[in-house]
Unconditional design. Sequence first.
Length: 153
Amino acid sequence: MNTWIAFALVIGTFWFMEFMAWFSHKYVMHGLMWHVHRDHHQGSQGFFERNDLFFLIFAVPSWLFIMFGMMAGNDWRLFVGLGILLYGFAYFLVHDVIIHQRFKWFRDWDNTYVRAIRRAHKMHHKHLNKEDGESFGMLIVHKRYWDMVRKKG
């Protein structure tokens, strides 16, 4: 496969996953699967949450795309799977490490983007129930949160 096409598939899939994360967060996690996602909003006793099971929803398709793509001689499925994998890694870093600080790796990051994603996520978590939520995405932050953190300096 052409290198540029492979690269475009990885990058395109990565950004498509932002939409998928928003959609599944808003309509699946705050809908039919709220019983799994609830502990993420209302707290849990240990390090792991039931909400962590959603990792499998994205990890399994990524693994299957990569595996079948490699079995077929590195066809398009490999690069779609890599795009999903890269998004999953970015999601883990942003959500679990930078926002919720489940791992204490980047605690001192303080720039406008990090403040904006933290503000958007804080506004999302102010709702303890599945109704009336806001800010369901992860990497793309609405302008109002950028404005909030810029005003505070």
